[in-house]
Ligand binder design. Structure first.
Ligand SMILES: Cc1cc2nc3c(=O)[nH]c(=O)nc-3n(C[C@H](O)[C@H](O)[C@H](O)COP(=O)(O)O)c2cc1C
Length: 190
């Protein structure tokens, strides 16, 4: 698939086809992409936890907030993600936080583009309680949760659209489609 098509297909999905599991091998392939990404000062502070078991996915769903501003329960019952990749920063890797945070974004986007190439989709999630996450999965305090990525086979329509008439960029749902306003090219060029 062309890069532009991959980027366009790579939306944030919050409803999934539960009959389509994502295997541990696929998750490992996605992390294998991420581990070879650029890293500030090449400190490579990121580590990953892979979840495919239903009980683990339920634990993450109980901790995460999906599109909280919409005020509707997401993902809907029966449409849960079938995997998660959790991204942690190793406090002992010596990466300054400003650089580590950039590494997280690069890794997460790479994982999701890799997933899109495989016909999968997901959602980056920063809204969760990190302490609870470490407790739930018996992860040492040495590893700080940065971002969770829910993954699966998308079961909803997400469309990009123009900024809202009042100029806001708030996403919304209409007739079952999730609309995401994006700034225009001319408005992002300085
Ligand atoms: C760093 C980061 C954190 C995010 N955290 C959440 C989150 O906690 N819950 C959620 O539903 N979406 C989350 N998102 C997804 C954004 O809401 C989404 O990227 C935005 O609405 C634009 O939609 P798009 O990804 O389809 O372009 C996050 C995205 C990023 C980049």
């Amino acid at each position: 698939m062309k890069m532009e098509d991959l980027v366009l297909q790579n939306r944030s999905y919050r409803s999934f086809d539960e009959t389509h599991p994502v295997s541990g091998d696929i998750l490992k392939k996605l992390v294998d992409l991420a581990r070879r990404c650029p890293s500030g000062m090449n400190k490579q502070p990121l580590c990953y936890k892979l979840l495919t078991e239903e009980a683990d996915i339920c634990k993450m769903l109980a901790n995460c907030r999906f599109a909280a501003s919409l005020g509707i329960p997401l993902p809907p019952d029966g449409h849960h993600p079938t995997a998660f990749i959790l991204i942690f920063a190793d406090k002992e890797a010596g990466s300054p936080q400003t650089l580590m945070l950039k590494d997280v974004g690069i890794a997460a986007q790479t994982i999701l583009l890799g997933a899109a190439e495989l016909g999968l989709g997901g959602c980056m999630l920063g809204s969760f309680d990190p302490q609870r996450l470490n407790e739930d999965f018996a992860i040492s305090d040495r590893y700080e949760p940065q971002l969770a990525i829910a993954l699966g086979s998308p079961a909803e329509e997400v469309a990009l659209t123009e900024p809202n008439p009042d100029g806001s960029l708030t996403y919304y749902r209409e007739n079952g489609t999730h609309y995401v306003p994006k700034r225009r090219l001319e408005d992002v060029l300085l």
